[in-house]
Design a protein around this ligand. Structure first.
Ligand code: NOJ
Length: 532
């Protein structure tokens, strides 16, 4: 199978630009309103022209879709909704032929409740061997009517559901996503088989869902007051359901499995922990190669916050020799163009953020639609699908607003995502005509052309991608200012103006800016790359 030129240990991932494809919402080839693998194949040229190095596909495995594929019933097959294994092989072949690598998602923390193991556990009853693969426990209270502990689900409500024979099982997400028991040898062995299955089909790496999960503290103790399920806060309180020490041995074994393949596959952990020092433990030299770094994603639009998030992660991950990844959005958070502020302000800042992101050292993860500046969509209540909406008793709208299908062309929904008149799985808003790939292509002022130029420059400039970053002495407290030196001395300086007023532009030839530069000035909410 043709493959990008990858000598073993090329460490291609050290500065790759990876593009997240939320498969349901990328492109619909068969006209059922849901994106599919054949749709991705048809649209690969968009990704080539954009200039990304690797694709990350969200789960496309057989699933009842209670959490849109993150509830996996068979990790080694393709759900007919998305196509067939032959479609997958063809997609990998076509992407490789275009020098793009392909990463797939694995979801080891939990399975679907429709997984044969869980069905067997239900059928075999309390005390059976089949129950040991999950976390079944008797309830508390005289009749066992209370859950075994006080853990809450990330999606809202108790993390335990009761089955008809009276036992309870743990699900840190939806009830349709029972947590696997990683202390059971079958679980580890089955996952190793899954990795080899996809590696054998040519994939170039894995994004590991909930990588800080998997193991729970042995006795499943109650969480104490003051701790939280959310490890993204400024002070991390240890909790018994996340970040247990045993998980690191799993990643050491997975590292060894990947080393058996000659395309230098990458393991990227969704390590949903805010403190970079804790994240760094996952990317020690014999574990994962990369972990998502959510520091920027959770920083408000503020110079000091961005500076600290960047400097802190470079310091902590550098200490273990791992590159720092940069993430500003994904399918779980509000679209950045809306997060940064309303309307034009949000767009302007999203443009500046794109240049900042792509000037940083290390791999970057883009989420489909970032390159179009798509805003968060207010999906009507009746159309909401995220389990968070129902689990929160209709108080939290959830993540559907960033998952609306991509607009490719035309002036009315479904904007060539699906054939005309087809109803898409989430409704697409009116007014997106100017945001489509077709409308933005070759328009020099569009978000899409900004991304295309920035990615082309990043690829061409030896100073960008992997390598050192030198902060410049701050002439202005609201300006992020750093230089990426090149081996030959011709570096690139990146400045981002967070102030409300323009600032004077230092000397240097502008290579690219996120907004027009009046003579000698860098306007508010604008970024520039200068040749130095
Ligand atoms: C993280 C995924 O990104 C999210 O979409 C999913 O709901 C949870 N993990 C549970 O698998």
């Amino acid at each position: 199978m043709p493959r990008p030129d990858t000598p073993a240990n090329s460490q291609w991932w050290r500065d790759a630009v990876c593009y997240e494809i939320y498969v349901r919402s990328f492109a619909d080839a068969n006209g059922d309103g849901v994106g599919d693998l054949a749709g991705i194949r048809q649209r690969l040229d968009h990704l080539v022209r954009l200039g990304v190095d690797a694709l990350w596909l969200t789960p496309f495995y057989p699933s009842p879709m209670a959490d849109h594929g993150y509830d996996v019933a068979d990790p080694r097959a393709v759900d007919p909704l998305f196509g067939t294994l032959e479609d997958f092989d063809a997609l990998v072949r076509d992407a490789h032929a275009r020098s793009m690598r392909v990463m797939v998602d694995v979801v080891p923390n939990h399975s679907s409740s429709a997984h044969p193991w869980f069905l067997q556990a239900l059928a075999d009853g309390p005390g059976s061997a089949a129950r040991e693969r999950y976390l079944f426990r008797p309830g508390k209270g005289p009749n066992g009517d209370d859950p075994p502990n006080n853990w809450q689900s990330v999606f809202g409500g108790p993390a335990w559901s009761r089955v008809t024979d009276g036992e309870w099982y743990l699900h840190l997400f939806a009830p349709e996503q029972p947590d696997l028991n990683w202390r059971h040898p079958d679980v580890a062995a089955d996952y190793e088989q899954t990795l080899r299955f996809w590696l054998g089909r040519g994939v170039d790496g894995f994004r590991i869902d909930v990588a800080h999960g998997l193991f729970k503290a042995p006795d499943l103790p109650d969480v104490t007051a003051g701790s939280s399920l959310d490890l993204m806060g400024p002070r991390m309180v240890p909790v018994p359901m996340w970040d247990q020490p045993e998980v690191h041995d799993v990643y050491r074994r997975w590292h060894g499995i990947c080393a058996d393949y000659d395309n230098d596959p990458v393991l990227v952990g969704e390590v949903w922990i805010g403190d970079p020092r804790s994240v760094a433990r996952y990317v020690r030299p014999d574990e994962l190669q990369l972990a998502f770094n959510f520091g920027l994603l959770f920083s408000r639009w503020d110079c000091a916050a961005y500076h600290d998030a960047i400097a802190g992660s470079l310091r902590e991950l550098g200490a273990v020799g791992a590159p720092t990844t940069w993430v500003m959005s994904n399918h779980d958070v509000q679209r950045q163009a809306s997060r940064f502020g309303p309307g034009e302000v949000g767009q302007q800042r999203a443009r500046a953020a794109a240049l900042l992101l792509l000037a940083l050292p290390g791999p970057v993860f883009l989420y489909q639609g970032d390159e179009l500046g798509l805003p968060e969509v207010h999906v009507p209540d009746a159309a909401l699908q995220d389990p968070i909406w129902t689990r929160s008793g209709h108080t939290i709208r959830g993540r559907d607003g960033c998952r609306v299908p991509l607009p490719w062309g035309g002036d009315v929904p479904p904007y060539e995502f699906s054939p005309p008149e087809v109803e898409t799985w989430l409704p697409m808003p009116t007014g997106w005509g100017p945001l489509t790939v077709g409308a933005q292509s070759d328009q020099p002022a569009s978000m899409l052309e900004l991304y295309r130029r920035a990615l082309a420059l990043r690829r061409a400039e030896p100073a960008l991608g992997d390598g050192p970053l030198h902060w410049q002495s701050a002439e202005h407290g609201d300006v992020l200012d750093f230089v990426r030196p090149a081996p030959d001395g011709a570096g690139v300086r990146c400045l981002v103006n967070f102030a409300a007023e323009p600032i004077g532009l230092p000397r240097g030839q502008p290579l690219l800016s996120s907004a027009p530069l009046p003579t000698g000035q860098l306007p508010a909410d604008t970024a520039v790359w200068l040749r130095v």
